[in-house]
Write a protein that binds this ligand. Structure first.
Ligand code: FES
Ligand code: FES
Length: 206
């Protein structure tokens, strides 16, 4: 302690004015994007602070929730809509456990706000099966024993479905590369790869 610029300032009020100036500089730096963000939020929600009403279309059904604009899509799905198939692993965009589809593209739901996903088609693992019929990749995960603890599984499956649809699972190495954002602590990778490649092969033939 005692070596920072802050510590060298005399304790006579100039510390306070220094902090005010620093705050002003930071404020200037973040103001334009924040304003732009606020304008986007008001398109659907009328407030950018406090609890507000939002509508999310999840698995084909429009659901209304009351959350603050800072709430992530992941937390809205799990805590407000009780769709707990989507898992929270790292909460920092690094493990893929929270992968869902938004407008058909895979995203990590911990890195996007619920408010930003209004008006979009959100699909979670709960929406993948059609009635009693599992998605082919869900079937393949069972067939290839592609899970152990199962914690990463929903994210792996959501990512795997998108990976196949993108055409990024045509070889083992390609599938490994494009699935590399999904971490499995149990190390079920060979089985996951086998499941993804099988469905990619079926798709290619079909
Ligand atoms: S919880 Fe979102 S990437 Fe890990
Ligand atoms: S099956 Fe346990 S983390 Fe992947």
């Amino acid at each position: 302690m005692g070596n920072t610029l802050f510590d060298k300032l005399p304790d006579d009020g100039s510390r306070r004015s220094f902090m005010k100036q620093a705050g002003g500089i930071v404020g200037l730096a973040i103001a334009p994007p924040f304003i732009a963000q606020a304008e986007r939020l008001t398109a659907f929600s009328k407030t950018v602070a406090g609890v507000s009403t939002m509508q999310l279309k999840v698995n084909g059904t429009v659901r209304t929730i009351q959350v603050e604009p800072r709430v992530t899509l992941l937390d809205a799905l799990r805590e407000n809509l009780h769709l707990t198939g989507t898992k929270k692993g790292c909460d920092h965009g690094q493990c893929g456990a929270c992968t869902v589809h938004v407008n058909g593209r895979r995203i990590v739901s911990c890195l996007t706000l619920a408010v930003m996903n209004q008006g979009k088609e959100i699909t979670t693992i709960e929406g993948l099966a059609k009635a009693d019929q599992l998605h082919p990749l869900q079937e393949a995960f069972i067939k290839h024993d592609a899970f152990q603890c199962g914690y990463c599984t929903s994210g792996q499956i959501m990512s795997g479905v998108a990976c196949v649809n993108e055409g990024h699972a045509t070889t083992d190495n390609q599938a490994r590369e494009w699935m590399s954002g999904n971490i499995c602590r149990c190390g079920a990778y060979p089985n996951i790869l086998a499941a993804v490649r099988e469905v990619a092969g079926q798709s290619a033939k079909g």
